[in-house]
Design a binder for this molecule. Structure first.
Ligand code: ADP
Ligand code: GLC
Length: 492
């Protein structure tokens, strides 16, 4: 099979900068494309937190035309994704990216200049290809932050010989965040005001960057098959369902994978002892250590975990409503998360009220998230919508059975428990409300106490699931070739 040059343009990438699953995907998929023989590379901002020690600064600054703002000159640093030789380039523009936080100010509000910041990133991705003399076959944008790149390819760079062989893909990780900004952003995009119309970029009189990506990408994919169907409906389309429907023939759903270099209970450097399916009994020691670390009594009761952004998407409000009923059960809970301020206070209070049953840590802590995935018995993820979700997959590989709302990727990656046969890998409910949440947790807890044979068999089945990236990377490869075909480009 021929070799493709693929440029990933994204706002975050593990381990350099991460607020959620997008970073995990961008940090993993290019490595697996590389294994398939492709030249995959990544470009992202050089945020304040990106350590430059092992990065190489490219000798020439990068000129990035920003329409009415003029040309912006950026530094470029080059590094590698860990455990790979995938190049990653960091766009250095101190005024825009030299901040602790990626998207929001200390009060949780989006930065006022997020429009210019991410248009700069998107345009820099295009300019970088030229500066590196890298001829991409696929420009792969992710979410609204880089979807302007899909637009640039079919407008400003449409007749640019450098991109003669290039088609573009937009991966939708989350339809809720669309990058909607005042119309004047057209002057910065500089693609011509004739594109500011309802079929292309305009939505509610604003520039909608995600919409621009959806209408201009050659191919689009959502991060699970079910989410690809859901975003065509008004319930999940967040107002862009009609736009999505115009592209239904170019829309695929590809389930994310798990980077097993990072998430594998047998080799995980954050847990002790390590375990696998044949040594599952050792998981108990990890649980005891977690109880100790979180200040919970080290006793035998089902330990239910939550690791999440504390936002409405994740069904946090339903957990808040259900919490007293949940804690009436003989269980323990641990929560690690950050997000909306009310949730920080609320769950902090719950922890003080139920010191023997509920422990929480507000903040972002990668190492602790591994210890929680490994140490818990059950993992609660009642998301209102979930494009893919990675934690339920990590949980299953760590023999921590998920309790989920059957939407999006949760529907595609968790098999519901069947009490008759003992089959399944988790516990599902299909309408999100506190009552269903309480009942389903109750069902899981009952199974833990009274159907231990079934519980154990489900844990082993979950650990055997194949959520590696190999398969999904092959599907992305097929998507790329399809994009080249549809854009009428020659396959290399
Ligand atoms: P989303 O991207 O919508 O937040 P995912 O399940 O796809 O949801 O990915 C979330 C990722 O972020 C996982 O790797 C999860 O472990 C991590 N994560 C979420 N919250 C925290 C936190 N407070 N501390 C550490 N890791 C977190
Ligand atoms: C988004 C989604 C999440 C998905 C992740 C990676 O953050 O909310 O469901 O797993 O992107 O694709």
């Amino acid at each position: 099979m021929s070799k493709l040059n693929v440029l990933f343009a994204a706002s975050e990438c593990h381990p350099f900068a991460k607020t959620g699953g997008l970073a995990d995907v961008v940090g993993a998929l290019p490595k697996f494309l590389k294994k398939l023989g492709h030249d995959a590379r990544v470009v992202m901002p050089r945020y304040y937190g990106v350590d430059r020690t092992n990065l190489k600064k490219l000798p020439e600054p990068l000129g990035v035309p920003m329409g009415i703002i003029g040309e912006m000159w950026c530094g470029v640093y080059e590094g590698r994704l860990p455990n790979s030789d995938v190049p990653i380039y960091f766009i250095d523009y101190e005024l825009f990216f030299g901040r602790e936080s990626l998207y929001n100010d200390a009060n949780g509000a989006g930065f006022m200049d997020n429009d210019n910041r991410f248009v700069l990133l998107s345009r820099a991705a295009m300019q970088l290809c030229k500066a590196l003399d890298f001829h991409p076959h696929i420009l792969h944008a992710h979410d609204w932050h880089t979807s302007a790149a899909n637009l640039f390819l079919t407008t400003i760079y449409a007749n640019d010989d450098h991109f003669r062989d290039c088609a573009s893909v937009l991966t939708i990780h989350n339809m809720q965040h669309q990058g909607a900004f005042y119309g004047g952003l057209m002057n910065v995009l500089d693609v011509g005001w004739e594109h500011f119309n309802f079929r292309e970029i305009e939505m509610d009189d604003k520039v909608n960057l995600l919409k621009a990506g959806i209408t201009h990408a050659t191919m689009i994919n959502a991060v699970s098959p079910t989410y690809a169907e859901e975003i065509l409906t008004s319930k999940f389309g967040c107002g862009l369902e009609a736009t999505m429907q115009t592209r239904v023939n170019d829309l695929w759903g590809i389930l994310n994978g798990v980077d097993t270099d990072e998430w594998n209970p047998k080799t995980d450097r954050f847990i002790a002892p390590n375990y696998d399916e044949t040594t599952l009994d050792k998981k108990l020691a990890v649980k005891r250590a977690l109880q100790k670390e979180m200040g919970l009594p080290r006793r035998e009761a089902p330990l239910i975990a939550i690791v999440s952004r504390l936002v409405k998407q994740k069904g946090i409000d339903a957990i808040a409503e259900a919490i007293h009923d949940l804690l009436a059960l003989d269980i323990q809970m641990v929560l690690l998360g950050d997000g909306e301020a009310w949730a920080h206070f609320y769950f902090g209070d719950i922890a003080r009220f139920y010191p023997k049953k509920f422990a929480c840590k507000i903040g972002f802590d990668g190492a602790l998230s591994h210890r929680i995935e490994a140490g818990a018995d059950l993992f609660l993820m009642p998301s209102r919508f979930e494009p893919c979700g990675l934690n339920q997959m990590y949980s299953q590989l760590y023999a921590t059975l998920p309790i989920v709302h059957g939407v999006g990727g949760l529907q595609d990656s968790v098999e519901n428990y069947d009490e008759q046969t003992g089959e399944g890998t988790g516990f599902k409910f299909y309408e999100l409300n506190a009552k269903n949440l309480i009942n389903t947790v109750g069902w899981a807890v009952h199974t833990w106490y009274n159907r231990q044979d079934h519980f154990r068999a489900m844990q082993k089945r979950a650990m055997r699931l194949n959520y590696g990236w190999d398969e999904s990377a092959k599907t992305y490869e097929a998507l790329y070739f399809e994009a080249l075909k549809r854009a009428d480009k020659e396959t290399p």
